[in-house]
Design a protein around this ligand. Structure first.
Ligand SMILES: NC(=O)c1ccc[n+]([C@@H]2O[C@H](COP(=O)([O-])OP(=O)(O)OC[C@H]3O[C@@H](n4cnc5c(N)ncnc54)[C@H](OP(=O)(O)O)[C@@H]3O)[C@@H](O)[C@H]2O)c1
Length: 342
């Protein structure tokens, strides 16, 4: 547990790494979903920079593992088990951060879950919990953070979106619903907060090598793997750390997949055919477990690793080559068909 902030503190008011010049002392950073993947790596990096950290996710033992790493890097750390889908739990997280450290400078809304399955195959409770976590969890976080940012007159909300805030795909409807919604929410907040001194940043990762794919609910009857190319969580964490100082609102990470945006916007039938093919032949493969809710509803006790093991050179090469060759072939065939029709 960290020490309370000394009001005089002897600290100078220099610009800190969050770009803020008003708060004295190391910045206070709340990270939700800090027990695994991107959140865990983000917490470690803020710790190395000397931030005071407030770590949140559902499992205390998992958070304690990450807290030990951050304290070993010299950071003051507060652990607050939190279910972001529960508004009161998120309010309590913000209140605990302020009670411990006197304020909040950066709120990283990162907690998230994933679910695979055709819309009609997904149980309603799984669909709802993905939306409650990935969208409403961010809404609760923004409300709680703004309650403290407003009187301070500053603060940064860093919301972790996804490529799937911009394009859809079969078999991921609750996730895309949440992330599209998050993008709309973030844009509205950005407009409402103009001139307030409070910043909103939306990080949009493509496919990232984390445990999320093994944690995902799976109602497809097949095994799942991420769509290549797979980017490292370290790159996302670097983008998150830069976000409070960035002048950009939307920050994509993993640019190759962002290249699908023009196809999505200009030729929707082509995009749909390619997305369906990739889901059916690359992301889903073989025979998988029977219906599995993953960690969507119940948290694992142990901390997740930072990486998911999807970037071994052989695996990347093989999956990438198959996906690129097949996607290219399909795309050119669809383009030829479209040209013939016009
Ligand atoms: N990996 C990718 O390819 C990718 C791509 C684009 C965007 N993203 C986004 O990046 C963020 C982090 O994902 P990741 O890949 O690092 O996944 P991850 O390794 O599975 O980590 C997810 C984190 O969220 C926490 N969490 C889940 N449900 C929660 C709840 N109800 N309340 C509080 N915490 C909860 C988990 O802890 P507990 O289970 O212990 O609560 C864990 O700490 C997510 O928003 C995800 O949508 C990931």
């Amino acid at each position: 547990m960290g020490t309370r902030r000394d009001a005089s503190g002897g600290r100078t008011r220099q610009a800190d790494h969050t770009g803020d010049t008003r708060r004295a002392g190391p910045p206070v950073v709340v990270v939700t979903g800090a027990s695994s993947g991107i959140g865990r790596e983000t917490a470690r990096r803020f710790a190395r920079r000397g931030s005071r950290l407030v770590l949140a996710s559902r499992s205390r033992p998992a958070l304690e593992t990450v807290a030990r790493e951050c304290r070993a890097a010299g950071a003051e750390v507060l652990v607050v088990p939190t279910d972001v889908s529960d508004e009161r739990s998120v309010d309590a997280l913000a209140a605990a951060a302020v009670a411990e450290f006197g304020g909040i400078d950066v709120w990283v809304g990162n907690a998230g879950v994933f679910a695979y399955g055709a819309f009609e195959d997904l149980p309603s409770e799984v669909f709802r919990q993905v939306v409650e976590t990935d969208l409403m969890g961010q809404v609760h976080g923004a409300r709680a953070a703004l309650r403290h940012f407003r009187p301070q007159g500053h603060g940064t909300l860093v919301l972790i979106g996804s490529l799937y805030a911009q394009v859809g795909s079969p078999a991921i409807s609750p996730y895309a619903t949440s992330k599209f919604g998050l993008r709309g929410f973030a844009e509205c907040l950005r407009a409402e907060l103009r001139g307030s001194g409070i910043r909103v940043r939306l990080v949009l990762p493509s496919t990232i090598d984390t445990p999320i794919y093994r944690n995902a609910a799976n109602f497809t009857g097949r095994r799942v793997r991420p769509l290549p190319p797979v980017t490292s969580p370290q790159r996302v964490a670097r983008a998150i750390l830069r976000a409070p100082r960035s002048h950009r609102f939307a920050i994509p990470v993993g640019r190759i997949q962002t290249a699908v945006r023009p196809v999505h916007d200009l030729a929707p039938p082509v995009y749909d055919a390619v997305a369906a093919w990739l889901m059916d032949h690359v992301e889903l493969h073989g025979r998988g477990p029977a219906a599995d809710p993953g960690t969507v509803i119940t948290a694992p006790r142990a901390a997740g690793a930072v990486t998911g093991g999807w970037r071994s050179p052989g695996l990347r090469l093989a999956i990438g080559a198959i996906a690129a060759a097949a996607g290219g072939l399909l795309l050119s065939r669809r383009m030829r068909e479209a040209n013939r029709r016009t």
